[in-house]
Write a new protein. Sequence first.
Length: 343
Amino acid sequence: MFKLVRSILFKFDPEKIHYKTVGMIRFILRIPGMKGIWNGMYRVKDDRLKRELFGIEFENPVGLAAGFDKNASMYNDLAYCGFGFIEVGTVTPKGQPGNDKPRLFRLKEDEAIINRMGFNNDGVENAVSNLKKRKTKLVIGGNIGKNKVTPNESATEDYIITFNALFDYVDYFVVNVSSPNTPNLRALQEKEPLTQLLQTLQDLNNKKESRKPILLKIAPDLTNEQLDDIIEIIKDTQLDGVIAANTTISREGLKTSKERIEEIGAGGLSGKPVKSRSTEVIRYLADTSNKAFPIIGVGGIHSAEDALEKMEAGADLVQLYTGFIYEGPRLVKDINKAILSKG
């Protein structure tokens, strides 16, 4: 049934249909009894699925990655899709429209997406307003970034503003310096500026009455030497963990024609083509650090086997984005059932 619905939805503009699809989910869940039906269809309840990381208990290890619910306006409804946690954002201090449209493209042959959204969101105050309406008990993460117009030398202040504003309304934070769609953002992954940014946030965090976990989301395009730097930075700043990995700027091995790829142009690639590289990054971080910190694995998870592969490589939790779009909420249930069957 989902494949039939997907074939119809995929005939429309991907960005427009994203919001219409969530609107349909919201409408369906308003029908009396449907919330219970959806929970029955997609949620797997079993204490063996629970995970405790950085002081937080997760109902199950399958989450929704940032980018799907940029304004924290959908999470209450998406909670009925079986997730154990949902990450909202990327949120910036001020609202911004993002890059020019079209900026979201499906690569159906590759079961992938290219996006150059550019942190489009309504700003942190809007996100806070939406998070005050929280009804779900699921863990909610806050993914934070800088505004496009903010120069890198002033980026730390943007992260501080968003961190402080969201602090009372999310359970953990993710520092996003790895999106390829904000000019020069990835330069913040270099050792010196990244250490300064993360240490500043940690110092601020440690002054709070009760601190919140902070994780770093990295790009899959980093070299092993750069990953070594990440491991050292995590140790030095005592960060709580890493999310590996964001979208890639690579276009290697795609089935989609070269002409179509050139027509689309710049943007971050997600979906099946990033599966192997994401797993490689997870395994390298886990093995090289001797599993010194928690890792959330994301990138190319389109099946239960893909998720188990990430966990075997060293991921403690996994997140879905493109796989959720292509496979639907049934994928969440399939992964959780596979984890249970594996024992």
